[in-house]
Design a protein around this ligand. Sequence first.
Ligand SMILES: [Zn+2]
Length: 337
Amino acid sequence: MPEGPSVKRFQLLTAPFVGQVVAKVGGSSRQRNLKDLKAMRLQDSQASGKNLFLAFGAALEAWTMGGSPSPGPVEEEPTIQGEADRGACSLTLSQEGQEDEVSQLSPKEHSVQRKQETECSVPDAADAAGGIWKWLRFHFGLFGSIRANEFSRANKANKRGDWKDPVPRLVLNFDSGGFLVFYNCRIHWCTSPAVEPASDILSPKFHRGQALAALRQPTSICYTLLDQRYFSGLGNIIKNEILYLARIHPLSQGSLLALSDLESLLDHAVQFSTDWLHKKLAGKGLHYQIYLKEKCPLGHEVMQGTFGPRDGFKRLSWWCPQCQPLQELLEQRRLQP
Ligand SMILES: [Zn+2]
């Protein structure tokens, strides 16, 4: 599923529409009361981890740049937000296919992820009746995406030879004449963005101390990295790549690793995610070091395994046994006379 940087890019696509009033609602979604969005004003757009949140309020409500009339949280993102204007234009015109991380998934990774998508299904959240703003949460499945001012076109014929364009889940036409199209995403009403910016790797409010404490738990490091409570927006690609960059075996116990190793892992997590986002905004792809690879950049044979907590999701890991030796093995070698 799209990881943090992809969802952040989606958010930047929606940002230019904030302040505009919805003139027409379309799409195949059966989510309740979506038609109510008509004549409401898009008030805010936030990416939090792997979720996109859009806030809608009464059109009569004054909308001022940077002002928030509701208790909805306002997250300031000076570095990333600076890219918004530059990024939005080119993104609007981009004709790219599926998200790059999706198209490069192996069949095995596909089936694992698809299973998780089903298992992850969240029941509908209650309608946001209490607030001035109504929040919609978008969760993107494997092929989820957003387009601005254009529809996605079929890039190949289906099995029967028909060229059928993808059916949008939701289409929002705005009074300006522009429109947003949402594909393959789950849409729910919610009260407000639920994820804490302190755990969002792409947020300036990301709390390193809290993340470090989580990494030091006596559990396999690759499980902690995918725990969205601590690393919101960090997905399987980022996990594999940063473990390789930090030279850490995915099954290393966090409590056995040196603090300097964990600090380095954290640095790579933030740096890799930020670089990925910037690449996306520039329309560039990502070159993987280890994810889906047979050899590491140094030419060593890469191992592959499916790991996860006993009662949690299992995800595929790629690692190089030479560049990323298991901590316990290192310890044993050190103790040997
Ligand atoms: Zn290697």
